[in-house]
Design a protein around this ligand. Structure first.
Ligand code: ARG
Length: 252
């Protein structure tokens, strides 16, 4: 009996015991990552992830709040209970599945390479990137891919925020950047007058890097909570809410 009790409390301490009920879900998010998550001039958070996350919570009937967290500490923050879920354009992949539980994918954009419009680089390869400086956000799948593929021939500059990377690109310190396509489109193509071009898009292969689309990440014990979000996502896809947000952020 004693043994049972101590095993049980070990399970509780390890966080593997039964799920708890949430009346508020605290989301962790790394900003700015326009148009996915960013601040309006008045300081309010907005973006596709934020609006979709809020709509999902409405649908489930729970409150949600947003906690800003740097990308490279975003999974540790979840595991340390700073918040209850990550909604931050996080790509579902096997490496992360070891640490967290993912919802169904809610968006599946490609990754893309962006270079100055007058760049000689036409396609990213070991030859074209040799001696070049590549910008990535630290700890993203784009960082992992660029490091593994081109780390031996190119310099890789890693930034803690996507915005710092874009600033360095604008300052002429980078030859090329690699990031989620909608974010590069919004921050480099749409907000500049033809200064940049796309030199390559990567959809889903190799899977090890490019994974299975963006998902909401939960602690592994929160299976019930994840299932509620999956069901709510299905509803928002059926009732037109998802399409409305998609059009608002990606078809403008
Ligand atoms: N989708 C990429 C990844 O999962 C980058 C996401 C970065 N998100 C952010 N909010 N900064 O690695």
């Amino acid at each position: 009996k004693l043994l049972t009790i101590s095993l049980l409390s070990a399970a509780v301490l390890a966080g593997t015991a039964q799920a708890r009920d949430y009346d508020t879900v605290r989301f962790g998010v790394d900003v700015p990552y326009e148009p996915m998550e960013y601040r309006l001039p008045n300081g309010d958070l907005t973006g596709f992830d934020i609006e979709l996350g809020n709509a999902l919570c409405d649908e489930i009937g729970i409150d949600c709040t947003w906690t800003v967290q740097g990308w490279d500490g975003i999974i540790p923050g979840l595991l340390a209970r700073k918040y209850d879920a990550i909604m931050s354009s996080m790509t579902i992949n096997d490496q992360r599945r070891k640490q967290v539980l993912f919802s169904d994918p809610y968006f599946t954009p490609p990754s893309a390479w962006f270079a100055p419009a007058d760049s000689q680089i036409t396609v990213p390869s070991k030859q074209t990137l040799e001696g070049k400086t590549i910008g990535v956000q630290r700890g993203t799948l784009q960082d992992n891919y660029a490091t593994d593929m081109f780390g031996d021939v190119a310099d890789i500059n890693r930034y803690s925020t996507a915005d710092d990377m874009v600033l360095d690109m604008d300052a002429g310190r980078l030859d090329i950047v690699f990031l989620d396509f909608p974010v590069g489109k919004s921050t480099l193509l749409d907000s500049n007058d033809g200064d940049y071009k796309i030199v390559g898009k990567m959809i889903s292969e190799p899977k090890k890097y490019f994974g299975d689309g963006f998902g909401i990440a939960f602690r592994k014990r929160d299976k019930e909570l994840a299932e509620k979000f999956d069901a709510a996502l299905d509803t928002l896809k059926e009732n037109g809410t998802y399409d409305k947000l998609y059009k608002k952020y990606f078809e403008t």
